[in-house]
Design a protein around this ligand. Structure first.
Ligand code: CO
Length: 195
């Protein structure tokens, strides 16, 4: 089945993902689909949770709308080893489309991960790169940018979030989403396969 971006408050967005133990052809294909989906939605980053996959993996392409294939980056089992400074900047998320708010994060981070070739890579990220790495890595721990807002920020997104919650319940009631037990079983099966 083709991957799709899931929206808040889908439970997989709250799933803390386990590290990947193997990369197989099917996973490589799914990562390719993640880039396609991200570009379709004009995003710069997409985490595995956002396509309903329970893996510690995210993709970035900081060229955004330019969709420069040279700038595709895959982060497998990423870890932030160093944080420096603070910076407050506007963020949005493909799983909460249309909602934008200011988030305070580290200004610079050092991140180590594996790439698709299984090589360990380390980046010292600044600016947009640092912001994207922190936002996407949060996803892997089940954390969303709306969790990191100031009290004022939380208040200003409250109504939009309520609309997402109501839409989700409607979809669930209309049978457009699998039941909770089926969702949990699917996640457990995917974890068993690769983590
Ligand atoms: Co996001």
């Amino acid at each position: 089945m083709a991957l799709q971006i899931i929206e808040y408050p889908h439970p997989t967005l709250r799933h803390k993902s386990k590290p990947l133990k193997r990369i197989d052809a099917e996973l490589v294909k799914m990562i390719d689909e993640m880039f396609e989906l991200m570009h379709e939605h004009d995003g710069i980053g997409l985490a595995a949770n956002q396509v309903d996959l329970p893996y510690r993996l995210f993709v970035l392409n900081l060229s955004g709308r330019d969709r420069d294939p040279e700038q595709r980056m895959v982060f497998i089992n990423p870890v932030i080893t160093k944080r420096k400074g603070t910076h407050e900047g506007e963020e949005g998320c493909l799983s909460i489309p249309g909602v934008w708010e200011k988030v305070r994060r580290a200004e610079e981070v050092t991140v180590t991960a594996y790439n698709l070739q299984g090589q360990e890579v380390t980046y010292e990220a600044k600016g947009l790169f640092a912001k994207a790495v922190q936002h996407e890595l949060d996803h892997l721990d089940g954390v969303l940018f709306i969790d990191r807002l100031t009290e004022t920020g939380k208040l200003s997104v409250k109504e939009s979030l309520r609309e997402f919650e109501e839409k989700f319940i409607r979809m669930y009631e209309n049978g457009e989403l699998p039941d909770e037990l089926a969702m949990m079983k699917r996640i457990a099966d995917l974890e068993k396969l690769r983590t």
